[in-house]
Design a protein around this ligand. Structure first.
Ligand code: 5GP
Ligand code: ZN
Length: 141
């Protein structure tokens, strides 16, 4: 897509620091890293988000994820790693070409501080069962 930042990174018209490339995916250093080694993995096909992604594109992308993660782990010896993907502006997406973040974790001061506030009291097992049935009814074959 001509006005997409990450498509321009793939075609080389915007420079990037490449880690890996094959026929289907491109991995490069995030320009604003949250932690040392923060990397992005993107499909070469322009898809804005996970909802637009075909199974084939997803398979080609996620197939590479363990290799990218392991390379970062072996290089910087983090104690953990978050794989993160934001879909839609309210979910924190700022570049609308699908990307998977690899965020190596070092300690509690490493620059990445996700908040995770659970609401177990509001979601009883019975409510969860109902929600699961609703989702299952919308699972496409
Ligand atoms: P999002 O907020 O959409 O999940 O993440 C977008 C990511 O793209 C951010 O972490 C941001 O630092 C990164 N980013 C934005 N522009 C560029 C760029 O021109 N080059 C690179 N390498 N990363 C970028
Ligand atoms: Zn794009």
């Amino acid at each position: 897509m001509s006005d997409c930042l990450f498509c321009k990174i793939i075609d080389g018209s915007i420079p990037s620091t490449k880690i890996y490339e094959d026929d289907y995916v491109y991995a490069f250093m995030d320009i604003g890293p949250l932690t040392k080694g923060h990397t992005l993995l993107i499909p070469k096909e322009h898809v804005a988000n996970v909802f637009e992604m075909s199974e084939e594109t997803a398979a080609n992308l996620f197939k590479v994820a363990p290799r990218i993660a392991s390379a970062i782990k072996d290089t910087f010896k983090p104690v953990g790693m978050n794989l993160l993907n934001n879909n839609g502006a309210p979910a924190g997406q700022s570049v609308f070409h699908f990307h998977l973040h690899f965020i190596p974790r070092y300690d509690e001061t490493d620059g990445y501080k996700p908040t995770w506030i659970t609401k177990e009291d509001a979601y009883t097992p019975e409510i969860l069962k109902g929600l699961a049935e609703e989702i299952k009814a919308n699972l496409k074959k």
